[in-house]
Design a binder for this molecule. Structure first.
Ligand SMILES: Cc1cc2nc3c(=O)[nH]c(=O)nc-3n(C[C@H](O)[C@H](O)[C@H](O)COP(=O)(O)OP(=O)(O)OC[C@H]3O[C@@H](n4cnc5c(N)ncnc54)[C@H](O)[C@@H]3O)c2cc1C
Ligand code: SF4
Length: 523
């Protein structure tokens, strides 16, 4: 390797396992590659063991692929990312370190601070993390320019901007099919249809070793095995192809459905691979659009999927950029309840929907979006759980969770803790879960009752939530009318609702949650 090439050390952060990114050298002669496994990061909170193993295994597969193509690769396990980089600089004698702007606020701050203090041993050059060569479709400046001057950030407007900008599903300047969103077609519940089996990638020797190692650390939460997440680009591409062929056609129809024992349904389960760089957002979208052109998937499904990736995913990242660091402390509803122990321990609840959700998370690190929003998030909202507590649970417990994506989803969307983009909370009673799932049939609670010991807890908690926040929501154009219904209940019924809500809260909060420690910035 020439002296010139030795000058740059290419730092590949765990989210950048993509040879197309600007931080990855094109040829071995371009310079050495460094992957750091940060001990502080892995111990920052009780991360799901499958998530810890996924990150370790994916980094190691990526390193082996680069080595097989002749690259010099250093893999360093270090107390922190910064100390790992310093060690990489020492070993290679590099004159500069190149990386993408980290997606997580705390890690970006600590790397920048270490570089500014001269602790890395060489200057750090951070390349744009969005746009060509970046992990997101928009650069930070482009995301900020879109938001400039807008009092509220509206996903639907952002999505239209992205459709036009990328020229995806467009008919000239208008949306293909005459509508920007086919969401109202996407609320069916399967009646007898069974989803195809989820693709699983049994651990090879390297992944099995990563799993053993993670189990040996004696940290973390959730079941380490059975493990079946894609850990390499080849596996991730296979998972994408199987989603497009097997599940995309009905993805739209059943996007909002929840079925006992079927956490995946027709969803993609591609977020763990996407968030590590094993898949690129645009290639996922292009594969879905190709299925529409080939006539193998309908427009409501393809539009729904495209909206999740170029709409929600990019929008959420823009919100994180714009609202950090204040987003972490956002709590506009002044919610102060602790997190129920049932989130950490599925045996601690007799609510069928909550038990199914937390069991799925414990066993796999995954549930699809509606379970996250309308069961796990909705319950936290109605109970008034402190936003950072629910956020840290999501961050720890999901295999695809990184702060840039979980925090805006939990604080902004699920808990209405941050005012930046949701105009109203996604609060719902048991009727929503009953309509969209088959959980209620097997539940010990009665979804039709709102008072008494058998009342579905979501019902009194919903009305109690609306009553507690009357001053805020009474004039909301879509929520105000609910107060007319509430007032017609009469004094006795309202007192019974309050009592049922108190009883549900007392039951859910009876057992203390485990006393884990959390450090959002560790790394
Ligand atoms: C409370 C809450 C917490 C969440 N935490 C995370 C998280 O930590 N990590 C994460 O990747 N997603 C998170 N999401 C968004 C979404 O639920 C997941 O991306 C999705 O469930 C992943 O499963 P999938 O690949 O089967 O998604 P699909 O439903 O098949 O959607 C396809 C892709 O669209 C993207 N996407 C869809 N919705 C969102 C969204 N709201 N924000 C960002 N990307 C989106 C994902 O990359 C996903 O893979 C959260 C949502 C909520 C309501
Ligand atoms: S009755 Fe209520 S608690 Fe039970 S499954 Fe239905 S929504 Fe959930």
């Amino acid at each position: 390797m020439s002296e010139q090439a030795r000058r740059s050390l290419h730092l590949i952060l765990p989210w950048d396992l993509d040879r197309g990114l600007a931080c990855c050298p094109r040829r071995p002669a371009d310079g050495p590659v460094l992957l750091v496994e940060s001990v502080a990061r892995s111990r920052a909170m009780p991360f799901h063991r499958q998530k810890l193993a996924l990150i370790v295994a994916a980094q190691r597969h990526f390193a082996d692929e680069l080595r097989a193509d002749g690259f010099e690769v250093l893999q360093i396990r270090a107390p922190t990312y910064a100390l790992g980089v310093a060690e990489g600089v020492r070993r290679t004698g590099a004159a500069e370190v190149i990386a993408l702007e980290p997606p997580e606020h705390g890690i970006e701050q600590s790397l920048r601070a270490a570089a500014a203090a001269g602790l890395l041993g060489a200057p750090l050059r951070l390349l744009p993390d969005g746009g060509p060569g970046g992990r997101f479709l928009l650069s930070r400046d482009e995301a900020r320019a879109w938001a400039a001057g807008r009092a509220n950030l509206r996903m639907d407007l952002f999505y239209r901007f992205m459709r036009r900008r990328l020229d995806i599903l467009m008919d000239g300047d208008q949306p293909l099919g005459g509508k920007w969103s086919f969401d109202e077609d996407n609320r069916k519940v399967p009646k007898g249809e069974r989803p195809p089996p989820a693709p699983r990638y049994p651990p090879d020797a390297l992944t099995a070793a990563a799993l053993d190692e993670v189990e040996g650390w004696g940290i973390g939460w959730g079941a380490a095995r059975p493990f079946g997440w894609p850990v390499s680009r080849a596996q991730a591409l296979d998972a994408l192809a199987r989603f497009i062929d097997e599940r995309l056609p009905l993805f739209g129809d059943y996007e909002d459905a929840m079925v006992e024992g079927e956490p995946l349904l027709w969803h993609a389960a591609l977020s763990p691979a996407l968030n590590l760089g094993l898949l690129r957002p645009l290639e996922c979208v292009e594969a879905a659009v190709a299925a529409l052109r080939a006539g193998t998937a309908p427009l409501n499904a393809v539009e729904g999927f495209v909206r999740q990736i170029i709409g929600w995913r990019e929008f959420i990242r823009a919100v994180y950029l714009l609202r950090m660091p204040a987003l972490r402390g956002a709590n506009q509803l002044e919610a102060e309840a602790p997190l129920p122990a049932a989130y950490w321990d599925p045996t601690q609840t007799d609510m069928a929907c909550l038990g199914a959700a937390t069991r799925a998370v414990h066993d796999t690190g995954y549930t699809h979006h509606i379970v996250r929003l309308m069961v796990l998030g909705n319950l936290g909202l109605l109970l008034g759980v402190r936003p950072i507590e629910l956020s840290r649970w999501f961050f720890s417990a999901f295999v695809d969770a990184y702060e840039w994506v979980e925090l805006p989803n939990v604080h902004g969307m699920a808990l209405f803790a941050d005012p930046s983009f949701a105009s109203k909370p996604y609060a719902a009673s048991g009727a929503y879960i009953h309509r969209m799932s088959n959980h209620c049939a097997g539940c010990r609670y009665d979804v039709k009752r709102r008072t008494g010991p058998d009342a579905c807890p979501f019902n009194p908690l919903y009305w109690d939530f609306m009553a507690r926040h009357r001053a805020r929501f009474a004039r909301h154009p879509r929520l105000g009318a609910l107060y007319g219904t509430y007032d017609r209940f009469g004094d006795e019924e309202r007192a019974a609702i309050r009592a049922a809500a108190d009883a549900a809260r007392a039951r859910l909060l009876a057992a203390p949650a485990p006393a884990w420690s959390f450090d959002d910035d560790a790394g």
